[in-house]
Design a protein around this ligand. Structure first.
Ligand code: PRT
Ligand code: ZN
Length: 300
């Protein structure tokens, strides 16, 4: 497992909105790198896994062409690549392994505030500015709408003010960019978040073993992020109500606290965050001595 062909290469965004969290996720999976983020390449010290830092738009192609085995990229970039390739008669050769629960945004249509949007039909014969031509074309085709698309590589939100388009189709997260440009989100075209993809090219058994191991750790890391360990005391009679209130928990451990088992301790892993309201409701149902602690690692 030492030659460079046998080492796994993961493509990550070099510098941008996904960079920090992508690297953080892999570090949490226990990977150690000889790291210098300004370099294009990072050597994995404790596993045969190296990182390649590139522009996000290049990630689907690098994975599809089997230059990299894995890639972390926004679903929006992936879909644009897949639909673009299919239009050119090519097949994008990668499989989506997991959604990564960061980089959330949506590709949305947005119009000037006074635009009377009554659904996709309102787009008929209008002009829409976007960086996501293939996704927008696909959407318009599915809705049976004829509209002109004008390509903007960035600052799409200024297109209506420049008189270049009637609407835009762009990524939105908080919505503040749209508001600052007197635009209103009218329709979501695609919900997006960061995902991890693997090349569809044949992978050696050795490499696949490491990829499976990495995915198992990744599942643990993703589950742990929101998970909490909850401990509480309760009268046995209130157990059903209390268990029903624990968010996303599976069969908690119940330990008798007195000789006849009327009072019990309940320990549960909750796979969702536990808010103050939940604790108050648990207390209302008869629970006492409530304790919520973060979970460090989890292996199913
Ligand atoms: O240099 P490189 O090509 O690698 O980076 P890039 O400039 O193309 O991408 P980058 O770093 O801006 O974004 C990388 C990925 O982050 C995107 O492909 C999305 O998957 C994800 N992401 C999440 C976002 C946003 N949220 C986001 N808000 N990408 C862009 N935006 C922009 C959007 O285009 C608009 O200009 O932020 C603005 C809107 O934000 P709000 O909060 O005002 O709504
Ligand atoms: Zn980009």
């Amino acid at each position: 497992m030492n030659t460079s062909e046998q080492r796994i290469k993961i493509a990550l965004q070099k510098s941008g909105r996904l960079s920090e969290e992508s690297l953080d996720l892999l570090t949490r999976c226990g990977l150690k790198f000889t790291q210098s983020k300004d370099q294009l390449f990072c050597y994995g010290e404790n596993m045969p896994i190296d990182l390649l830092f590139v522009r996000d738009d290049d990630i689907p192609g690098l994975v599809s062409d089997d230059v990299c085995d894995l890639g972390l990229v926004g679903l929006n970039v992936l879909e644009e690549n897949r639909l673009g390739a299919s239009k050119a008669g090519k097949l994008a050769a990668y499989d989506q392994l997991r959604a990564l629960n960061f980089g959330q945004c949506r590709l949305s249509l947005a119009a000037p505030e006074d635009f009377d949007f009554q659904g996709p039909q309102s787009l008929q014969n209008l002009c829409i500015a976007t960086s996501y031509v293939a996704i927008l074309e696909d959407y318009l085709q599915q809705e049976n709408i004829k509209a002109d698309i004008v390509y903007f590589s960035g600052a799409v939100e200024i297109a209506p003010r420049l008189g270049k388009a009637d609407l835009i189709c762009d990524l939105v997260s908080t919505g503040s960019t749209l508001a600052a440009n007197q635009l209103r989100e009218v329709e979501t075209v695609l919900e997006s978040e960061a995902v991890i993809i693997q090349t569809s090219a044949e992978t050696s058994d050795d490499k696949q073993c490491w990829i499976d191991r990495l995915m198992q750790r990744l599942d643990g890391v993703l589950q742990v992020r929101e998970s909490k360990y909850v401990m509480l005391h309760a009268p046995r009679g209130a157990l059903d109500d209390i268990v029903a209130l624990l968010p996303g928990s599976e069969s908690p451990t119940v330990i008798p606290l007195d000789r006849n088992g009327d009072k019990v301790a309940v320990h549960a892993v909750c796979r969702e965050n536990v808010f103050w309201e939940t604790l108050e409701n648990l207390k209302g149902a008869g629970a006492s001595s409530l304790l919520v602690v973060p979970v460090e690692k989890m292996l199913a």
